[in-house]
Design a protein around this ligand. Structure first.
Ligand code: GDP
Ligand code: IMO
Ligand code: MG
Length: 430
């Protein structure tokens, strides 16, 4: 019996939340291991919509343990707001059902201020971040000056750590001619939030080890996607963490052997929010139509997502760099009714055909997609719950994708609803 890591194989918003929620019926523990509240994961259960940013997508199922691992950057105010919002939808969340690693670095109000100010200063070169302070919080973590969840319980040390943190940030703000941060204000904010968030703090690595020894099934939930990975993505137009499944172990406090099947969530076409290269982007009516039919608006920022054809080169690269063993193909229904579909099978670059996305920024912007065309289908696949309900042309599309990306489709999703999901092969049975 294997544990499963669910990761995005494109630029995020592939439908990870829906698939994690569906798979969590077969799991005991669901663990977030990276990212923060830049993620927006949508679940639809009997018509009721749940929007999650920090909470693992197993949270709506009673009896499951939800875990926020040490690799996540946690904004305690955002987490508490999200807990309240989900509770208001009738979901019970207590320190028995939700635990947060005591060694999580915190996102503080200053991080989102810095994030937004820097984006503004970049002008046309902006990354298009979610403005949630993710990058600046990870920078402070790596620079060894972050305030961590456990620090909230250590009053004496907290003051010292805040001094060090502000020493750094105020030097920069002075340089920019901006207002400096006030220690007393930040300390007051931290004092206010500490008693509310500390009850969720736990020794996560130990709880996960216990779960593993008891034979419990662990589901790791990635945020963002392979092309937003800080190493493997379209750098610098990426997020500030490793989004690949390799980080599930480090970001939760388990060994690499804890991750079994790596399920890459993959949209049947491609979308991206924010700036950066996107070889198969469609800046025409077809792109608009995909966006309308797929309701491609960001969960977190409400921004319109850029849309384009399926890019098999990118997904294959995500599969290889991230160790993806099978994919869940989502939003197939969005392609219903298109007369012709296209899939990118290679890039034209400097007169040659290549089958990978080069790392260099200029090359990434210059590659041109080479397409293979497919006959579409007029039948509806929306809500299909068995392979037999799919038109032959849709099956042909799926089979060719499997060939091109060199990985099998193990799950298929045909609507936002939890149960409109076709299981081809159980990832826990690997
Ligand atoms: P995530 O960030 O990967 O969890 O994905 P998001 O939740 O941000 O975006 C995916 C969107 O597509 C959500 O609104 C889902 O409800 C929706 N969705 C998921 N799977 C399907 C599907 O198979 N068909 C359709 N039409 N919508 C889907
Ligand atoms: P989920 O988990 C799509 C994008 C932002 C921006 C870049 C950096 O819902 O798939 P950041 O705020 O992380 O510093 O922004 O990454 N981005 C996402 N795009 N889905 C996400 O998460 C994303 N999280 C960040 O739009 O381009
Ligand atoms: Mg999302």
């Amino acid at each position: 019996m294997a544990n499963v890591a669910v990761v995005g194989s494109q630029w995020g918003d592939e439908g990870k939340g829906k698939i994690v929620d569906w798979l969590s019926s077969r799991a005991d523990v669901v663990v977030r291991f990276q990212g923060g509240h830049n993620a927006g994961h949508t679940l639809v259960i009997n018509g009721v919509v749940y929007k999650l940013s920090l909470l693992p997508s197993g949270v709506v199922r009673p009896g499951k343990l939800s875990v926020i691992g040490n690799g996540v950057v946690v904004d305690p105010w955002a987490l508490l707001r999200e807990i309240e919002a989900i509770k208001a939808q009738g979901v019970e969340i207590t320190p028995d059902s939700l635990i947060v690693a005591e060694n999580c670095p915190l996102i503080l109000p200053l991080h989102s201020t810095v994030d937004k100010a820097r984006e503004e200063a970049r002008g046309a070169n902006r990354i298009g971040t979610t403005g949630r302070g993710i990058g600046p919080a990870y920078e402070d973590k790596v620079a060894r000056r972050a305030i961590r969840l456990c620090d909230l319980a250590d009053e004496a040390l907290l003051g010292e750590k805040v001094d060090q943190l502000l020493f750094h940030h105020n030097a920069l703000l002075r340089g920019l001619g901006a207002a400096e941060l006030d220690k007393a204000e930040l300390m007051a904010q931290l004092h206010e939030v500490a008693p509310k968030i500390l009850p969720y703090a736990a020794v996560v690595w130990e709880r996960l080890d216990e779960a593993r020894r008891q034979g419990k099934r662990i589901l790791f939930e990635g945020a963002q996607g392979a092309m937003l990975d800080v190493d493997h993505g379209t750098y610098p137009f990426v997020t500030s963490s490793n989004t690949v499944a390799g980080n599930a172990a480090a970001g939760s406090g388990m060994g690499p052997g804890a991750v079994g099947h790596v399920l890459g969530i993959t949209k049947a076409y491609t979308t991206r929010v924010g700036s950066g290269p996107f070889p198969t982007e469609l800046l025409d009516e077809t792109g608009d139509l995909i966006g309308q039919r797929g309701r491609e608006f960001g969960t977190v920022t409400g921004r319109k997502r850029r849309c384009g054809w399926f890019d098999a080169v990118l997904v294959r690269q995500a599969i290889k760099t991230g160790g993806i063993t099978g994919i869940a193909l989502t939003k197939l229904d969005v392609l219903d009714g298109f007369q012709e579909l296209k899939v990118c099978t290679g890039y034209r670059y400097k007169g040659e055909i290549i089958h990978h996305l080069p790392a260099a920024q200029t090359a990434q912007a210059e590659v041109e997609p080479v397409y293979e065309s497919f006959e579409g289908w007029s039948e509806s696949t929306q809500g299909a719950r068995s392979w037999a309900e799919l038109p032959a042309t849709a099956i042909k599309y799926i089979r060719r994708i499997e060939e091109l990306i060199e990985a099998p489709v193990t799950l298929l999703s045909t609507s936002p609803e939890r149960d409109d999901t076709i299981l081809v092969k159980d990832p826990f049975e690997d």
